[in-house]
Design a protein around this ligand. Sequence first.
Ligand code: AMP
Ligand code: GLY
Length: 432
Amino acid sequence: MRTHNVLLIGGGGREHALASALKRSPRLQTLWISHPSNPGLAELGNAVDVPVDIREVYRLRQFCDHHGISLVVIGPEDPLAEGYVDALASESRLVFGPSKAGAMLEADKSWAKHLMRAASIPTADSRAFDDPEAAEAYVQSRPEAPVVKASGLAKGKGVFVCRTKDEAVHAIDQIMRRRVFGDAGRRVIIEERLAGPEASLLALVDGSNILVLPPCQDHKRLRDDDQGPNTGGMGAFCPASTIDDAMMSRIEREIIVPTVDALRRAGIDYRGVLYSGLMLTPAGPKVLEFNVRFGDPECQPLMAKLDSDLIDLLEATATGTLDQIDVRWKPDAAVCVVLAADGYPEKPRAGHVIEGLDEAAAVPGVTIQHAGTRRDDQGRIVTAGGRVLNVTATGKDLEEARQRAYAAVSQIAFPGMQVRLDIGRAPVSTGA
Ligand code: AMP
Ligand code: GLY
């Protein structure tokens, strides 16, 4: 059995869930982490003592050589888009995640749209604009209010589902002129608004083989009943009943396989997670977006359901041997509820002391992931980000998992805490 010294890059709740799953593996030797300021991660791994910065990536490479790191696992999209995989992979070192070219599927929405159109992959009709006036004129020429998206990476917040054309014009102004998402807003996508239930279908792709993971659903809006602004995700659950076996095969056939083929035709040997954000429209499943990594928070329920060794899966993905893997999932359902800071998503307020973590973790079936927390100088856990904590619970069915998650949530308190109370309750449907 080949064992690994693993470096995990990323500092949120997704990485905390990945780190816990890595720690369960008998194939793990030593776990190194890039973000020791996350107290959850700090408990599970040794801190990397060189900068984790693409401009000095040679130092991270030297660190990996020196410590015999044989597997690097990259959680978030930014390091993938910056090319960490290309910089860190070597003869003796596997890296889990797509190359910089593959990461464009998420980092450059207009490129992704182009790829989908060329391969006839079902997605909303759209046009890309580099000039705000041209984008506004296009909005005015259309019969309906559209969806406006920043083309680059905007932490899940760069999408405006507009009710009126005025809102769309405002969104273009925010994205392109005011640059509220920085350079991600150099280009906008103006997209037809679709309607239907949403689901996230994640697959591991090893260049050619595809292993579809149990379907998940996340809740992107800030408030109950899908009200309020889009966020990085306020909760998720798995399995999502909106995708039955027949729908899963259809999505694999009409979306995932053609996407991997199209990537290959573009010269990209895609290895890592291919995350399809989907809308199940009356005309069939359509792609809202691709991500090139585990969803956050979808990863948390997925890791809670995983019964196999995570290192087996990551290694098989990186080495092109997914066809030799027999993955096992627990029969349980899993729910993850996000606790967000006061002021999230616009201006999260930090530094509030968090109470009740031990009591919450004692609820049966519950684990807690740290997303945006740190220890203050008195050793207390305080808020330090927008999405602060994830409360993940398993149960024999969704209802039991929900009850356990919310029993744990009710133990936790910090000033201004925001939480949705309807995670996992009903299929999310975005009506046009
Ligand atoms: P995205 O980050 O592209 O998945 O978009 C975030 C959220 O905006 C999605 O989960 C949907 O709820 C919504 N959305 C994105 N694109 C569309 C669309 N074309 N029609 C309707 N809603 C959309
Ligand atoms: N939960 C959505 C995302 O990770 O982008």
